[in-house]
Design a protein around this ligand. Structure first.
Ligand SMILES: Cc1ncc(COP(=O)(O)O)c(C=O)c1O
Length: 397
């Protein structure tokens, strides 16, 4: 059957595909260490589950307002105010079926054919295909490992053309764990204002931040920037709620209203029960978040140290999220990629077959020198997995 042109250029999500392959091996009884996962290995906290159960019992099972129930929007506004000092009205908030869905809605209403949108690389895998679905052109802006994979003002300027309409920033980053400092953002802000750009600030990992660092985004740098920035967040990562599918965006009301309008013609409201759980997540105790972040920080130190002990491997030290993005390129000369395969894809395949370790090739994130490991797995599995990688790399001749 002839499918629409729109979908023919869109690959399936690479990270989800890798996860599926690792799970398939596991189902066959193979002991796979899966560093591919993009979700916390923690349970959704009990008080959040309980709120969902109560919602079902109380019959909160019907359609809700498309862009989210008032108490959830209010909880989102309060959370922005308390955590970031950002003041939003409920009309400036859209709740969607996951952060990914909120992003998709935003891209569809903000960008169109002829627009260019700057995407710093390494990037989260979904940005380029989603922009292409909106018929906009993703313009990849490579960053450098020496700069912690953070985009500089000069690197941004180098990608601008008269067609540039937007910039996507993701801090803490998936896949690198990099966190922008306020000073770095101020330098980017100058370029954003000068060139009248729209910013999408993907803050989905903003609460998973280490070493007591202060989180900052472009909207926090003053009213002029807030007026052109859309802040994306959600419950998936912070509250270990990936399956519940609640994400949200905040930004200028006219665009948010348009995005809600789009949502009204596709999914309608996000799940009513999950929204009630979301109210409990945002308004309830944040103790579990603190404990999860503490554990991730320990694992970050551990996996970073272990990876650096492998000859030929370098790595930046993640400041947040639960990913690390080491550079394996010193080992690439010993590989023979298949036709059409990149070096990082070839190494990922070798390590899955030889060491039963699943990692995501950096090529999927626009940086082929590296592979991404998620440390959302136990301390013991981290130790086993990195030992196996070391041993398998040692066998490459
Ligand atoms: C950078 C980034 N943004 C957004 C999302 C979307 O998450 P969700 O749709 O579960 O809210 C993810 C999930 O992996 C992510 O890594």
């Amino acid at each position: 059957m002839q499918l629409a042109r729109r979908i023919q250029q869109i690959p399936p999500s690479a990270t989800l595909a890798l996860n599926a392959k690792a799970n398939e091996l596991k189902a066959q009884g193979v002991d796979v260490v899966n560093f591919g996962v993009g979700e916390p290995d923690f349970e959704t906290p009990e008080h959040i589950k309980e709120a969902a159960i109560q919602a079902i019992r109380q019959g909160f099972t019907r359609y809700t307002p498309v862009g989210g129930i008032p108490d959830l929007k209010e909880a989102v506004c309060r959370s922005f105010q308390e955590n970031l000092g950002l003041s939003y009205r409920p009309g400036e908030i859209m709740v969607s079926c996951g952060g990914k869905h909120a992003l998709y809605n935003l891209f569809m209403v903000l960008f169109q054919q002829g627009d260019e949108v700057v995407v710093p690389a390494p990037f989260w895998v979904s940005y380029p295909p989603m922009l292409m679905l909106a018929e906009a052109a993703p313009v990849i802006a490579p960053t450098r490992e020496e700069n912690g994979f953070r985009l500089t003002a000069a690197e941004l300027k180098a990608r601008l053309t008269p067609k540039t309409r937007g910039l996507i920033l993701n801090s803490p980053s998936n896949p690198t764990g990099s966190v922008y400092t306020k000073k770095e953002l101020e330098a980017l802000a100058e370029v954003v204002l000068e060139h009248n750009l729209i910013v999408i600030s993907d803050d989905i990992y903003d609460r998973i931040i280490f070493d007591g660092a202060a989180f900052c985004n472009l909207a926090m740098l003053g009213p002029e920037l807030k007026a052109r920035t859309f802040v994306l967040n959600g419950l998936s990562k912070t509250y270990a709620m990936t399956g519940w599918r609640i994400g949200y965006a905040a930004g200028p009301e006219a665009a948010i209203t348009a995005a809600v309008n789009l949502q009204s013609q596709s999914t309608s409201n996000p799940n009513s029960i999950a929204q009630k759980a979301g109210v409990a997540a945002l308004n309830g105790s944040q103790e579990t978040v603190a404990r999860m972040v503490e554990e991730f920080a320990w694992r970050r130190d551990d996996i970073h140290r272990r990876l650096l002990e492998i000859p030929g491997v370098t790595s930046t030290r993640p400041g947040g999220a639960f990913y690390i993005f080491p550079n394996f390129s010193a080992h690439f000369s010993k590989l023979t990629p298949k036709p059409g395969q990149t070096s990082s894809q070839c190494l990922a395949e070798y390590l899955l077959e030889e060491a039963q370790v699943a990692m995501v090739p950096g090529a999927e994130f626009g940086e082929d020198s590296c592979l991404r490991l998620s440390f959302a797995t136990s301390r013991e599995r981290i130790a086993t997995g990195v030992d196996r990688i070391k041993e398998a790399l040692g066998k490459l001749k």
